[in-house]
Design a protein around this ligand. Structure first.
Ligand code: NAD
Length: 474
């Protein structure tokens, strides 16, 4: 067993020393999970729904406690952290209805009755990043449990506390022992073992594209199913016919939320040439107005970065000679503070335009016309989200269909709703989370054919062809 120190990002103090589990812990966890899962899958669907509803209610009772823990461990502003804890309860409530709606199909075939069944996969591994610990864990465990699986969650090393607490709340709410386990450990040790363990049937990984590629390779020898939710470098496209005031006022929210540590951050603002100067005039006060400070303060809109190593990574993108157009404010003193920063690089291939910075740093580029805007928006290895600002409804749809990304919003920066699918194109990932179909992603489709007539009439088409041939010769 090793340990790790957890720090408060707002002042750098050590919150606590946490024991990390070794890779061997996965063997025992999988065995317990499998036992729990068999009994869970045999429960009446309505009972599984009731258990998830009880879990949701218990999370709702702990919103304030979970939010305070996230403030201390992750530096999230308190208002946002409350929303996150409430969102976990909502996700659980939404999927509590799913066990009774996991419908199979009855498919017309010759010679018998054909049915499909959505069978649980068994034990699911959910590996989460440090930026939205609770919410992302729930996007994996809620639909997976609803579909009759057990779940092992490995939270990120820097921010495991709210996920560990959710695991405790699940047990207090009456979820069967071993059904949902939280295993704090190192990614390269416990995380990797979770991916390669033969008893784990599927892994949902959320994190960087580089680690996601490693997870996919590690899953290959056991042919383990993976969903990957990876990085992003999303575009916020502002056309000349947009409501420029609103586009500029909301642009900071589109990228600096959670201090830019957001996979959906619109970290590339693309503005049509003819309104570029006006847009920048409007953007400057909007950026200056972002309230950066103590995350425990109700008025705070942006807290510190999660850790010192991450602060150093973000700072490396803004050297002294960086093309800074303007910056917002940030507290000085201890803590991982970083002011919201707007860069105007001269090249479309600058590293700040191409790489995911994952901090409060945004680049602004100009485009000439619609075709140029689409080309620029798509000139990235990623494809997670994006925004389009225009008053022309035809253009809105044309551009939304042309941008290669999984979650687009028009005249808005909204990306995440539990009732709608979420995930990325290209190197932003494989598969989708959330929405009505998420439980199906944690099932195997089983097809069962029941013969009701004698004879090998198993192929509709050959029977039809035989019949046609007989008719012709008659
Ligand atoms: P990361 O890839 O460093 O780590 C993610 C998780 O993987 C952590 O729990 C880590 O311990 C674990 N891990 C590390 N090595 C592993 C291995 N070899 N095998 C198995 N697990 C391993 O990512 P991060 O820095 O925690 O998070 C930031 C990244 O996550 C950003 O790129 C961001 O865009 C992405 N992200 C994506 C989404 C999405 O839904 N698409 C959401 C949030 C964050």
């Amino acid at each position: 067993m090793t340990t790790t120190d957890l720090h408060n990002p707002a002042d750098g103090s050590v919150l606590m020393t946490l024991d990390l589990l070794d890779a061997d812990a996965v063997d025992d966890a999988v065995a317990r999970a499998r036992t729990a899962q068999r009994a869970w899958a045999r429960l009446a669907p309505v009972e599984r729904g009731q258990a998830l509803r009880a879990f949701a209610d218990a999370v709702r009772d702990h919103v304030e406690e979970l939010a305070r823990l996230e403030v201390a461990n992750s530096g999230h502003p308190i208002g946002q952290a409350r929303w996150e804890a409430g969102h976990v309860a909502d996700v659980l409530t939404y999927y509590a209805a799913a066990p009774e709606r996991l419908f199979g199909r009855q498919i017309p075939v010759a010679g018998g009755i054909d049915m499909t069944f959505a069978e649980p996969i068994g034990v699911i591994g959910v590996i989460t990043p440090w930026n939205f610990p609770m919410t992302i864990a729930s996007w994996g465990f809620a639909p997976a449990l609803a579909a009759g699986n057990a779940v092992l969650v490995k939270p990120a090393e820097w921010t495991p506390l709210t996920t560990i607490r959710l695991g405790e709340i699940a047990v207090q709410a009456g979820l069967p022992d071993g059904l949902l386990q939280v295993l704090p450990g190192r990614g390269s040790v416990l995380g990797e073992r979770l991916v390669t363990h033969p008893g784990v049937g599927k892994v949902v990984f959320t994190g960087s594209t580089a680690t996601g590629a490693r997870v996919m390779a590690a899953a290959a020898p056991t042919v383990t199913n993976v969903t990957l939710e990876l990085g992003g470098k999303s575009a916020n496209v502002v056309f000349a016919d947009a409501d420029l005031e609103r586009a500029a006022a909301t642009a900071p929210y589109g990228v600096f939320e959670n201090a830019g540590q957001d996979c959906c951050a619109r970290s590339r603002i693309l503005v049509q040439e003819s309104v570029y100067e006006r847009f920048m005039e409007l953007l400057e006060p909007a950026v200056a107005g972002v309230r950066v400070g103590d995350p425990a303060d109700e008025a705070t809109e942006m807290g510190p970065l999660v850790s010192r190593p991450h602060w150093e990574k973000v700072a490396s993108y803004v050297p002294d000679d960086a093309p800074v157009a303007f910056r917002g404010s940030a507290p000085s003193g201890p803590g991982n503070w970083f002011a919201p920063t707007v860069l105007t690089p001269s090249s479309r291939t600058d590293r700040t335009v191409v790489e995911e910075i994952f901090g409060p740093v945004v680049t602004v580029l100009r485009f000439s016309d619609e075709a140029d805007a689409i080309a620029l928006a798509n000139d990235t290895a990623y494809g997670l989200s994006g925004s389009i600002w225009t008053r022309d409804v035809s253009r809105a749809f044309r551009v939304a269909r042309a941008v290669e990304a999984g979650n687009l919003s028009v005249n808005s920066h909204s990306s995440v709703r539990y009732a709608t699918p979420f995930g990325g194109f290209k190197q932003s990932g494989i598969g989708r989370e959330l929405g009505p179909d998420a439980p199906l992603a944690f099932t195997e489709t089983k097809n069962v054919f029941v013969a009701v007539e004698d004879g090998p009439r198993s192929d509709q088409q050959s029977v039809a062809v035989e019949d046609a041939a007989q008719e012709e010769s008659a």
